[in-house]
Design a protein around this ligand. Structure first.
Ligand code: NAD
Length: 530
């Protein structure tokens, strides 16, 4: 295992990729470094997990649920510390980290603790197919074994746990590869799980950048990946080569549609939060706003007024609404997207002031943004919001759907029925009416994108389903009678089969009843001695 001690200089001894380190985006201070797991270390971690997993899986589901319930207590006890670590690694305000990162994690844990044992219970049923009437069938949900959870930095606690908690509850061992930019919070989560009674080898964390994640994809039985579309494609290809499944939660370019009948003040404050929370670094942020022409000017006035009141500053200051972005390279990407839009004729309706620092990007609202500018065609992962005037709802929907991604969307209207009708025409994995951005944090509502925004779902029963492979066990109770389709072929057998088809699928009741005597001979044919 390549090891980097707390005082080793950045860049030493690492073959490729970025260093896992806790760096405060507001000050640039690197306050902790972590050892990098190379390929060999990843393989060793997965082997340990593989050895420990059967014992974990054999525990009753209620015992596993009890361990996760204790985890919520451990996390509650350390919630302030957790929120501060998130703020000092990610840059977001501590209060936001407490409410969203810690709060959503606790909500997820509570939900899955209650839901998983019920979900895992096997239920017998009789087959509804006439030819299989003798079968009693049950679907058994088995863990995959060792699953890899590769996660990003923007919500570094609840995103990995959205998959890791249900995976653990379903009896899997988990190896998490957190973002190299948020290793500290991953360590705290690991400690809470271990303190709660999850065996150390059943939940492990391996630190590192792309190469560590790639090595994990080569060793585990399923990969849960949350991150960018570009990396998601690499993960999907690695999994395809090994023919193992993966679930992918990828980027989005979510539209917000403001209809003329919307409560504009509500829409403006909701969209202001949905774009600028976490300094715009949210997968389901409102990233493109389309407003019906008749209310465009008033909506823009209300939106700029709402955003103008936001205070930009360090996450550790309680008065801060919008913190710095996480790293200078993320800032550089959003700055390039902004410059591209301006070069194509966009205008700034608002641009806030920021403190000095290499990660701050001023929250900015753009208007007159051409449809082919990068802000409209790419995911914008920062505090930059294009607002576009549209003729009517049809143009809004067409523009909203004009993207390769389809993560989430929002519709703002006083007519909820109309909002739902619009939602049905949007190409997105979830649509919120009169709210935005929160779809990724509701524990019992499945979250996952359409199109290039991903494969599979997290949260709810669909999220639990991702953590198990389903085995069908079909029991035949009647050994006195052979199966109708077994050997014993001949003219008589053919006539009986034909009678069976008529009884099962015949056009009239009379035809069906006439076929019955022959069918009974076929069905109750005694098993021959051989
Ligand atoms: P990223 O793709 O750069 O990194 C994600 C993770 O993948 C990191 O842990 C990284 O180290 C790892 N990684 C990098 N190369 C790898 C490889 N070849 N094989 C395996 N792992 C590898 O993404 P990011 O910048 O950390 O996160 C931001 C992106 O995540 C945005 O696009 C955002 O929209 C998306 N996101 C999506 C959701 C969702 O629920 N759909 C949630 C949060 C973030």
């Amino acid at each position: 295992m390549t090891s980097l001690t707390a005082d080793a200089p950045a860049g030493s001894a690492i073959p490729a990729g970025r260093l896992p380190e806790s760096r405060d985006p507001a000050t640039g201070e690197v306050w902790k470094r972590y050892p990098v797991a190379d390929e060999q270390a990843v393989r060793a971690a997965v082997s340990r997990a593989r050895a420990a997993q059967p014992d974990w899986a054999h525990r009753p589901s209620l015992m596993r649920a009890e361990a996760i319930r204790r985890f919520t207590q451990k996390l509650m006890a350390r919630r302030e510390e957790a929120a501060l670590i998130v703020a000092r690694e990610n840059g977001k305000p501590v209060g936001e980290a407490l409410g969203v990162d810690v709060g959503v994690t606790l909500g997820l844990a509570d939900h899955f603790v209650a839901a998983a044992p019920r979900f895992l219970r096997a239920r017998w049923r009789r087959s509804s197919m006439l030819a299989a009437w003798r079968k009693r069938v049950t679907l058994v949900k088995e863990p995959y074994g060792v699953v890899g959870v590769i996660s990003p930095w923007n919500y570094p606690m609840f995103l990995p746990l959205s998959s890791a908690l249900p995976a653990l509850l379903c009896g899997n061992a988990v190896v998490n590869k957190p973002s190299e930019w948020t290793p500290g919070i991953a360590e705290l989560v690991k400690e809470c799980l271990h303190d709660a009674g999850v065996p150390p080898d059943v939940y492990q964390v391996v630190h590192g950048a792309g190469p560590t994640g790639a090595a994990l994809c080569e060793a585990v039985d399923k990969v849960f990946f949350t991150g960018s579309e570009a990396t998601g494609r690499k993960v999907a290809m690695a999994c395809a080569r090994r023919l193992i499944p993966c679930a992918l939660e990828l980027g989005g370019s979510d539209p917000a549609i403001v209809l003329a009948d919307a409560n504009l003040a509500h829409a403006a404050s909701g969209i202001a939060w949905a774009r600028f929370t976490n300094a715009g670094q949210t997968c389901v942020a409102a990233k493109r706003v389309f407003v019906e022409a008749s209310v465009y000017d008033e909506f823009l006035r209300l939106l700029t007024t709402a955003v103008a009141q936001l205070k930009v500053g360090p996450g550790t200051d309680d008065a801060t609404d919008v913190g710095p972005m996480i790293r200078p390279e993320q800032r550089a990407t959003i700055a390039a997207q902004h410059a591209d839009a301006m070069a194509r004729g966009a205008h700034e309706a608002l641009r806030l002031e920021t403190p000095a620092g290499d990660c701050y990007f001023p929250p900015t609202i753009l208007t007159d943004v051409p449809a082919d500018s990068r802000v409209m065609t790419e995911e914008t992962f920062g505090p930059l919001l294009p607002v576009t005037k549209v003729r009517d709802v049809d143009e809004a929907i067409a523009r909203a759907n004009d993207t390769t991604q389809g993560l989430s969307a929002s519709v703002w209207t006083s007519d909820v029925t109309r909002g739902v009708a619009v939602a049905q025409r949007l190409h997105a994995g979830s649509v919120l009416i009169n709210d935005a951005c929160t779809s990724a944090g509701i524990s019992d509502v499945p979250h996952g994108g359409f199109k290039a925004s991903g494969l599979g779902k997290v949260h709810g029963d669909l999220g639990l389903q991702e953590c198990v492979r389903t085995k069908a066990i079909a029991v035949d109770w009647f050994q006195a009678w052979r199966q109708p389709w077994w050997f014993g072929y001949g003219a008589e057998h053919r006539a009986e089969i034909d009678a069976f088809l008529r009884a099962a699928h015949g056009a009239s009741l009379t035809d069906r009843l006439r076929a019955l005597p022959r069918v009974l001979r076929l069905v109750f044919a005694p098993t021959r001695k051989v």
